[in-house]
Ligand binder design. Sequence first.
Ligand SMILES: *Cc1c(COP(=O)(O)O)cnc(C)c1O
Length: 424
Amino acid sequence: MNELLNEMLLKEFSISHKLIDLVCETEKQLHNKFMEVDKVAEYNQYKVLKAFGENKVSEIHFASTTGYGYNDAGRDIIESIYADVFKTESALVRSQMVCGTHALSVALSANLKPGDEMLCPVGKPYDTLASVIGTNGARGSLIEYGVTYRQVDLLPDYSFDYENIKKAINSKTKLVEIQRSRGYSTRPSFSIKEIKDLIKYIRGIKEDVIILVDNCYGEFVDYTEPSEVGADMVVGSLIKNPGGGITPIGGYIVGKNEFIENAAYRLTCPGLGKEVGASLGLNQKFLQGLFMAPQTVSASLKGAIFTAAIMDKLGFEVSPKAEESRTDIVQQINMRTPENVIKFCQGIQKASPIDSHAMPQPWDMPGYDNQVIMAAGTFVQGSSIELSADAPIRPPYTVYMQGGLTYWHAKIGTMVAIENMNII
Ligand SMILES: *Cc1c(COP(=O)(O)O)cnc(C)c1O
């Protein structure tokens, strides 16, 4: 770093000389790692660009529809581009799917009927799905509609419990949900290769089972997506990776025609399906967000790697470690105490572009079983492709940090958070 920058950090952000020195040393060591991240981003940028070209995107596709939204050319082309990028037959990409949880709920409830069974072979799914599935007794859940649910936990070393997965698959098993990212759990995230092996194993037992991958936080982190290794449906949130920090709302489901059509009939209604759903002027933001996504994901990844390296040096347990390969943008840091969790998150908030003056506190968030603290000074509310840190207040007091529209913001966020913890 140069003198001007150091002076700025010291004077304007109260970053100590000691921390600045540590940051300089850390960044030098990460040079090659960052180059690897950029290679994946470059590849994915070309992938997206190619899909834009092949679909002949024009300015006319930015045009808005209202009301029913019949003949929304932009909306249709966005879905065609998503299908091309994820290499699937079809896609449903809508602002009417209000978040990732909603997209997952639509994909699941559209493809599971009373009497069918759903299986999670990789342990408890993401917190908000407890209500969608109904394992917590929530109203309107799949279980309430007569869908049964089975779960096979990972083995203590976090590998797949193949033996019990085989035992769990039966004549009722209709859909298997595999979550790529760790979410709010302490297990590692699964690589595309691991997902591929698991899908192959499950297909070997029951060929026609529907395999859905919850891809939240995973898009564009690797060269391929789960839809290229046998998943029938892949689902995610547009205020995470594929929205590139630009798309202000939405979810996507990509996959086989039949399952996407079912999802469209569930999202709107039987008979109408994909034909309706006005884009209300959002097409340009969906397109530009997807176009920016590979670059935004690379910034987030570099931020996560930087944070992993520096927190590791400061004696905190981190996962993944800086040198480990990644399959999502989530960085887990074990803070050991609730105080550290709160101080770290408040530091991230202090270094945010929006609401830097606010002081986040733990609260009872809808859909979560524990109190959660969230630092998110984001342009889009709750967007976690933007720099954000959150933590359920429960042992082992793990903070999940992710996002960063630019690498430099993620970096300064971590520096301010470290200063705020008073540990250096
Ligand atoms: C964020 C997330 C979801 C839910 O997405 P929302 O947009 O927050 O509703 C589901 N699964 C995983 C793994 C996630 O990270």
